[in-house]
Each structure stands twice: as structure tokens, then as C-alpha cells.
Design a protein. Structure first.
Length: 82
């Protein structure tokens, strides 16, 4: 079931002790920049997956994000893991 992107981010912040937490936040900022640049008011998380990072090996819950414009629906999935 889709959930509002910002609600999902609020509810799924990675633990502060994870080294790849910054990479997670970098991805969230990329989504926000895309929304701003293309004047998209809302984004939905339509799924999640566990990403395993390069060493130090960690697991991060990552969102699959749906962005809709008047002309297209775009699905975003980022994996900076191995």
C-alpha cells in the first residue's frame, strides 16, 4: 500500500550508529531535488527493499519512490550497495 514519501522518511530514519546513514539521507535529498525541479507536489513510497552496503556491511531499508507528473510516472530505486 503506497505511503506518503515524507511520512515514510520520518518513520524509517536509519539508526545514527550506521555508517551509511549519510548515503541514505543523500538519496532522500536527491528525491526532494527532483520533486522541486519538476514541481511535483507529492511522492509515494510504493515498496521497500533491504540494501546491503559495501564494507562495513550494513543493511538499510530503502524506499521505491513513485513520482507523478502530468505526462509520466517515474519509479526510483537507488542501490549504492554491492
Amino acid at each position: 500500500m503506497p505511503i506518503d514519501f515524507f511520512r515514510w522518511v520520518h518513520e524509517n530514519n536509519p539508526s545514527e550508529n550506521l555508517e551509511y546513514r549519510k548515503g541514505w539521507w543523500d538519496y532522500i535529498e536527491i528525491v526532494q531535488r527532483l520533486m522541486d525541479k519538476h514541481e511535483i507536489d507529492a511522492a509515494q513510497v510504493v515498496g521497500t527493499y533491504l540494501m546491503t552496503t559495501p564494507p562495513p556491511k550494513e543493511e538499510l531499508c530503502m524506499p521505491i519512490v513513485s513520482l507523478r507528473t502530468t505526462r509520466a510516472t517515474i519509479l526510483l530505486k537507488c542501490d549504492f550497495g554491492v
